[in-house]
Design a protein around this ligand. Sequence first.
Ligand code: ADP
Length: 243
Amino acid sequence: MITLSNIHKSFGKQEVLKGIDLTVEQGDVVAILGPSGSGKTTLLRCVNFLERADEGKVQINGVGVDCRHARKHDIVQIRRKTAMVFQHYNLFKHKTVLDNVTEGMIIAQKMSKTDARARALRVLEQVGLSEKINEYPSMLSGGQQQRVGIARALALNPEVILFDEPTSALDPELVGEVLSVIRSIAQEGITMIVVTHEMGFAREVANRVVFMEGGHVVEQGTPEEIFLRPKQERTRQFLSRYS
Ligand code: ADP
């Protein structure tokens, strides 16, 4: 469903992605693990062109784009197939929870306000926020704000949801509620790529784990393969810090 081929990305002289190949099947939950600075977030942002890779190709469900030569129309097509959940939620502070969720449907998808509202109410119920629809982000806990972020992504009915360290800005006691929402969405079969430091979550929810370091994919496999029988010494070292 998603194929990334030979993705290269540099910031100035620093080469952050050094030729990444990755395939994601429909319904996969792919966890991307690796030390800080290994290029995980940059890779995720290259999928939907929040960063434009210097070289390589992004293909999502039949739409294939050569990163270097991508035009606005190509980028819009790719973006329509994806939604992103950000580490710092990126909500509109001056909009209510409901308006945060309807905004993308009304503006980007040209949905009517009535339809957008109906869908927003459904997804907000799914993430357990029906009681909060008229509140503003500042009135919510971090965990609730992130659940709005997830509802906003779900509302767009994307082909893949990209999660960029969705729990790393949260106080520890709020991590669980967000992971459990992500787990319930995963069980519905939505394709996801999740950059995370939550090893327990990766092990339990992902069906594929990708370990990155220094701009390369070092190793990938099922959670059993990566957590119980890692082939690469680097993967072993990294995981030993978390056990
Ligand atoms: P990870 O998600 O694995 O922690 P990142 O993809 O965030 O890694 O970052 C990889 C490297 O790229 C880091 O050294 C980071 O400082 C650098 N980097 C990321 N984004 C930018 C940017 N917009 N401009 C310059 N350097 C960046």
